[in-house]
Design a protein around this ligand. Structure first.
Ligand SMILES: [Zn+2]
Length: 102
């Protein structure tokens, strides 16, 4: 079973198995030390850079800006959802997203 992941429209959408699932302009809470000076960043997603899958976890690197401090940049890999039984399940939008840790 393969999952087809693509970034569409110059980074405006993530497509999973040819369905447009996640779009920019969402607000994500990040626990991403080093992204900006906040403990938890309030990131407005402006552009998807890359999308990938690690086991069942679908991840993306995004360009965005923290609305709390104004810091902007490209994040490390962040979870966006999971593939469960061949179906994509988007991560709850209110959750805090953590970058992958070694
Ligand atoms: Zn910040």
């Amino acid at each position: 079973m393969t999952t087809r992941l693509r970034v569409l429209d110059d980074g405006a959408w993530i497509s999973v198995d040819d369905h447009r699932e996640i779009r920019v302009s969402e607000l994500w809470r990040l626990d991403a030390p080093g992204f900006c000076s906040c403990d938890l960043a309030d990131l407005v997603v402006e552009n998807f850079q890359e999308v990938g899958v690690d086991g069942s976890r679908v991840e993306a690197r995004v360009y965005g800006q923290c609305i709390a401090c104004g810091g902007a940049g490209i994040t490390d890999w962040l979870p966006v959802g999971r593939v469960r039984g061949g179906e994509f399940v988007e991560l709850d939008r209110s959750c805090v997203r953590r970058t992958r840790r070694e």
